[in-house]
Design a protein around this ligand. Structure first.
Ligand SMILES: [Mg+2]
Ligand SMILES: [Zn+2]
Length: 158
């Protein structure tokens, strides 16, 4: 299985300077729909891996869920859907084993699916969290600028 793992905030959707993505101000970043379509056409499984520090705060959870809905609707309009979505709801101080760059959110997924580590890829805007995650699972990392233009992966390395 060839897997493309994606961070969400600042990678697929606009992340405001305070780091809390809200449904107000929601926008899909340029190139995302085209980029995902290209990957899908190549047979990639699309997996979202997102760190969300909820602090047990219902308004943060609602921001997350409402943004997911808007994103999924935008993807659906482009004939796209994520195959799997994995979430770490913890903050850094909680010491969980699922906050990127830790791999707890995909451990079971990786046990259940044999992924091609040469062809699979992690795309994200944070070297430490997303790059570290890629390194930890042995999959190459493609860094994009936060809120930048989504990389056209077909031409850059496939
Ligand atoms: Mg990010
Ligand atoms: Zn966690």
């Amino acid at each position: 299985m060839d897997v493309a793992f994606f961070d969400r905030d600042g990678t697929l959707v606009y992340e405001p300077p305070d780091g809390l993505v809200r449904p107000e101000g929601f926008r899909v970043l340029p190139g995302v729909i085209e980029g995902l379509k290209t990957l899908k056409a190549q047979g990639y499984t699309l997996v979202m891996i997102t760190n969300q520090s909820f602090y047990g705060d219902v308004s943060r959870i609602k921001c997350f869920e409402d943004t997911q809905e808007l994103l999924f609707a935008a993807l659906k309009a482009g004939g796209l859907a994520f195959d799997f979505v994995f979430l770490c709801p913890h903050s850094e101080g909680e010491g969980c084993n699922c906050r990127k760059p830790k791999t707890g959110m995909v451990d079971e997924f990786l046990r259940e699916h044999e992924i091609d580590k040469e062809r699979s890829v992690v795309v994200g805007d944070r070297e430490s969290a997303d790059g570290g995650f890629g390194k930890a699972i042995g999959v190459r990392f493609v860094k994009m600028e936060s809120n930048g233009i989504f990389p056209m992966l077909s031409t850059s390395f496939l």
